[in-house]
Write a protein of this length. Structure first.
Length: 525
């Protein structure tokens, strides 16, 4: 008898080996994997009345539970293989327990269909993805030898899904005032891989090659190592609520680089390896960290007093601000004007004349111009402009005659402009070179034009009786003297016409102005 039992055992083992070898061949053809995972199913554990198997997803298979009958009835230390034909399996599972996926036939064959571990109805909320089926095993149709067993099928994952991102491009916006080692608040989504963790994404990395938008050249170019401003901040666990983020490793300056392009690569940790790329477009938003700057902070201009109202000064008011948007929009204004003759265009910075210039009133002006940006916290710069007004000979000399009456000099009443009269008794002007009048000259032009020459009209006969004499070192004072005694019987009325010309030496560009005064002298007895 022992010899027969040994033969049965050898036969059963041989059948099992051939069955497993057939299964192994099928797997290697349909889904070649490493030799360690070359089997369709595996008995993982026998625990009390539980049989726990593991299978690979995606492959249908059948398990002959009779092969494990000795594990079901361990009380039979010496198992008679002939008893296998006397075992009946009665299914005790309901459809809710295994969702109709497992079926144990009376012969002990457990049929397992193709299972997809990523099927949400299969493994969620069951992360171990275990499907159960129960049966009552009856030996020799004897109720005393009946036992209820629970068969658990653990569905193992295979790397049958590729890594992907929901969108190929992600736009991030940051402020340029971020500090070094500061984590950007905006989240980067994880890549998607429905496989289990060991077959899912295991690594995220920023590729070393990146692009930058060069603000100065207004174009994209390959980024330099020194411009590699970001590193990936990866949490220790990829499980939500943890998020992927970027962290700064260098200072950001939008005025140098306004945009970055990085490639974020997500890679699997199991064969067959796959990866997915996400393009990160990082836009650097401006902050008002640059104040307007004038090209010159002090300038001196020279203008003629004849400058026309509305004319522009030389285009010297120019400021730059490297910020963008309102932070870089410059507004010009005059904050100080000592002569109040000028105004400025707030956008262009052009300065124009709004009131006529008059050298006699204003010889120079000082303007302080402010350039300020439109940022919320506005920044500004100041420029000082000194304006020198050049005189032009635009005023006629003003002539005044003050004549002698006794010991008192007084101005006579006007007959009309620059016309005077004087009564002189002949006995008061009998001596030669007798002072009759003072000629006072006022010229509102500058000294450049103040060299004044006066003379009497030589055509008039009366000039033989009178002469003009300039006072030493006093260009604006002349005196009218008699050249000989006045005789009423000889000539009772004298008409003197005095002509004064400024810029006599023509130092003032040859422009000359002339004024005339007429003096009627009546000789009385």
């Amino acid at each position: 008898m022992p010899t027969i039992e040994k033969m049965w055992i050898i036969l059963i083992v041989s059948i099992q080996v051939l069955f497993l070898a057939e299964l192994k061949f099928t797997v290697s053809v349909n889904n070649p994997l490493s030799k360690k995972e070359d089997v369709l199913f595996k008995l993982e554990k026998v625990l009390n009345d539980e049989l726990i198997f593991s299978i690979r997803e995606g492959l249908a298979c059948e398990i002959n539970l009779k092969v494990y009958i000795q594990q079901i009835f361990p009380q039979y230390e010496k198992w008679d293989p002939s008893l296998s034909s006397q075992v009946t399996f009665l299914s005790a599972s309901n459809s809710e327990q295994n969702r109709g996926l497992l079926r144990i036939e009376q012969t002990g064959i457990l049929k397992i269909p193709e299972l997809d571990r990523e099927d949400q109805t299969l493994c969620i909320p069951n992360p171990d993805c275990i499907i159960e089926s129960s049966a009552v095993v009856v030996l020799r149709e004897n109720a005393e030898n009946a036992k209820r067993i629970l068969v658990k099928i653990k569905v193992n994952d295979t790397n049958d899904n590729k890594v992907s991102f929901l969108e190929p491009v992600l736009k991030l916006t940051i402020l340029e005032d971020l500090k070094i080692d500061e984590v950007i608040s905006q989240d980067i989504p994880f890549a998607i891989d429905p496989d289990s963790r060991e077959n899912s994404v295991s690594q995220y990395q920023l590729l070393s090659e990146f692009q930058v938008f060069d603000t100065k050249n207004n174009s994209w170019r390959k980024g330099l190592e020194k411009e590699h401003s970001f590193v990936l901040y990866v949490p220790q666990s990829f499980i939500p609520p943890n998020k992927l983020k970027l962290r700064t490793q260098k200072e950001i300056d939008r005025e140098i680089i306004s945009d970055y392009k990085y490639i974020l690569r997500a890679s699997e940790g199991a064969a067959p390896f796959s990866y997915a790329d996400l393009e990160l477009l990082i836009e650097v938003l401006d902050v008002n960290d640059n104040s307007p700057k004038f090209l010159y902070h002090v300038r001196t201009l020279e203008v003629n007093e004849s400058m026309l109202v509305g004319s522009d000064l030389e285009d010297i008011v120019t400021a730059v601000d490297f910020d963008s948007g309102p932070n870089g929009k410059i507004v010009y204004s005059v904050v100080k004007d000592t002569c109040r003759n000028f105004a400025i265009d707030s956008e262009s910075g052009k300065i124009h004349l709004i009131q006529p210039l008059d050298y006699s009133k204003t010889t120079n002006c000082t303007l302080e111009v402010e350039a300020s940006d439109r940022g919320i916290r506005s920044l500004s710069d100041l420029m000082t402009i000194h304006i020198i007004v050049h005189d032009e000979n635009n005023y006629d000399p003003e002539l005044t005659l003050e004549c002698n009456t006794g010991q008192k000099f007084e101005r006579n009443n006007y007959l009309f402009k620059n016309t005077y009269f004087k009564e002189v008794k002949e006995n008061q002007a009998t001596q030669n070179s007798k002072l009759l009048c003072w000629l006072i000259i006022n010229d509102r032009d500058s000294e450049l034009y103040s060299n004044i020459h006066c003379e009497m009209n030589p055509v008039i006969e009366s000039t033989r009786y009178f002469q003009l004499e300039k006072m030493p070192d006093k260009n604006s004072i002349w005196k009218l003297n008699t050249k000989q005694a006045l005789d009423r019987e000889e000539k009772a009325n004298h008409e003197l016409r005095i002509i004064c010309i400024d810029n006599w030496d023509k130092n003032g560009a040859g422009i000359q102005k002339t004024s005339t005064a007429t003096l009627s002298i009546i000789v009385t007895g």
